[in-house]
Design a protein. Structure first.
Length: 200
């Protein structure tokens, strides 16, 4: 509660805070400060017990010869399939150009037939794209066959190291969240390579 008191001449205004209001504020602040202190001590205790590390899976993969061979194989297949699709695209383009040039000379039946042929060829291209590069396409299957076993080995090595070293968390900085700062002494990438049997 606030009382306004006018002193003698009415020129100076003094604000007096009631003692009851002061007591209420103090009673609210003290438990909050104690709670914050307790939380701070708990956080410090937890962080002292936990160890954190990070790896760079891209760095690790690029140090593994089998990964490079697998990636080369995937790149070669991808290029081959892209060329196949490009070849059919060129056929579609040629068919469309010829149709536009001949259109005025074609009967309605012939025009409809040619349009259907172009549509079929376009559909063929779409099927090829899905077959090779779709969600469960041939490139995805081949990647699973060649790359996933290597990734699984890395994951198993990291998991073993985390358990043995009592790490609370190991972060992959290659593709995950951006880490603005990381101390090099916590980088476990070379240790993972060593565990997999590869030298630095």
């Amino acid at each position: 509660m606030t009382q306004l008191i006018y002193v003698d001449e009415g020129k100076t205004l003094s604000i007096k805070i009631n003692m009851i209001a002061k007591t209420k504020i103090n009673l609210l602040i003290k438990p909050i400060l104690l709670l914050l202190l307790f939380c701070g001590l708990q956080a410090a205790d937890v962080s002292a017990q936990q160890r954190y590390g990070f790896i760079d899976s891209e760095y690790i993969l690029n140090k593994i010869p089998e990964y490079k061979l697998a990636q080369d194989q995937l790149d070669k297949l991808s290029s081959q399939w892209e060329n196949e699709i490009q070849s059919v695209y060129q056929e579609v383009s040629q068919m469309q150009s010829k149709f536009r040039a001949d259109q005025v000379f074609l009967s309605p039946e012939m025009r409809e037939k040619r349009e259907k042929e172009i549509a079929q060829k376009e559909h063929q291209v779409q099927k090829m794209q899905k077959k090779y590069f779709g969600k469960d396409g041939m490139l995805y299957s081949k990647r699973q066959e060649l790359i996933k076993p290597i990734q699984d080995d890395i994951y198993d090595a990291v998991k073993e190291m985390a358990k043995a070293g009592s790490y609370g968390m190991i972060i992959d900085r290659a593709y995950g969240p951006v880490i603005m700062y990381s101390n090099a002494k916590y980088d476990l990438s070379d240790k993972v390579l060593s565990k997999l049997g590869y030298k630095k």
